[in-house]
Design a protein around this ligand. Structure first.
Ligand code: NI
Ligand code: MN
Length: 225
């Protein structure tokens, strides 16, 4: 499985011809590694409706035909655009030929640019025989550890560290300890001035206090599991 960082909180998981695209905020993202009209998507997954996550999901879904998975209120808004959606709520799992995605809690807020209010989520994903946990936008909270304990261990955690809108890099060290992923890839930092942080310091703090390895990806870079 290839994990390609597209900038901010956007990732593409790919295995052969299958691509799971997460939070594709590309247009208006100063660190975007691709444009909305060039990314592939078999399925699009959204953590929540803020513009830096919903991003280009609708135009990419229309171009590629990929369905969008989002919490029910957000999915309903997207469906009005003529896009195929799956609309689980927290705790729900949606299965695909490529694996499954489960919506898990995240402590944050969520209103779309169109005004739809919903509950934000994290995404627990089974893809290509690996478990990937995109924490979404969240503060530190103790139930992060429940997600890691529910079944197979987490192979890759995609973790916000930028502070201001989410947990900062110090709280994220504790989050990394709770999640206990084999690999942690930081995101949601350095895109804008309020979320600038020191990812190398995060890496060294996590690796000195947990058994996780931190892989820092520049936008456009790929980690292979
Ligand atoms: Ni947000
Ligand atoms: Mn965000």
């Amino acid at each position: 499985m290839d994990v390609r960082f597209l900038g901010h909180a956007a990732f593409a998981l790919s295995d052969g011809d299958t691509t799971v695209l997460i939070d594709p905020f590309l247009t208006g993202n100063p660190g975007a590694a691709a444009s909305a009209d060039e990314v592939d998507a078999t399925t699009i997954l959204l953590t929540h409706g803020h513009s830096d996550h919903l991003g280009d999901a609708v135009p990419i879904a229309k171009r590629t035909g990929a369905p969008v998975v989002a919490i029910v209120e957000l999915a309903n808004e997207i469906a009005e655009e003529g896009v195929q959606v799956f609309d689980p709520n927290l705790g729900g799992t949606v299965k695909f030929d490529w694996g499954w995605v489960k919506l898990v809690p995240a402590w944050h807020t969520s209103t779309t640019p169109g005004g739809t209010v919903s509950t934000p989520a994290g995404l627990l994903i089974s893809f290509a025989g690996k478990i990937v946990y995109h924490l979404g936008d969240t503060a530190l909270f103790s139930d992060l550890q429940l997600v890691a304990r529910r079944g197979d261990p987490i192979d890759v955690a995609l973790m916000c560290i930028g502070g201001h809108y989410t947990m900062d890099r110090w709280d994220a060290v504790t989050a990394a300890d709770l999640v206990s992923a084999r690999t942690v890839i930081p995101c949601h930092y350095d895109t804008f001035p309020p979320i600038e942080t020191d990812a190398e310091a995060f890496k060294s703090d996590v690796e000195s206090s947990t058994s996780s390895e931190v892989v820092i990806l520049a936008p456009g870079e790929t980690h292979t599991e």
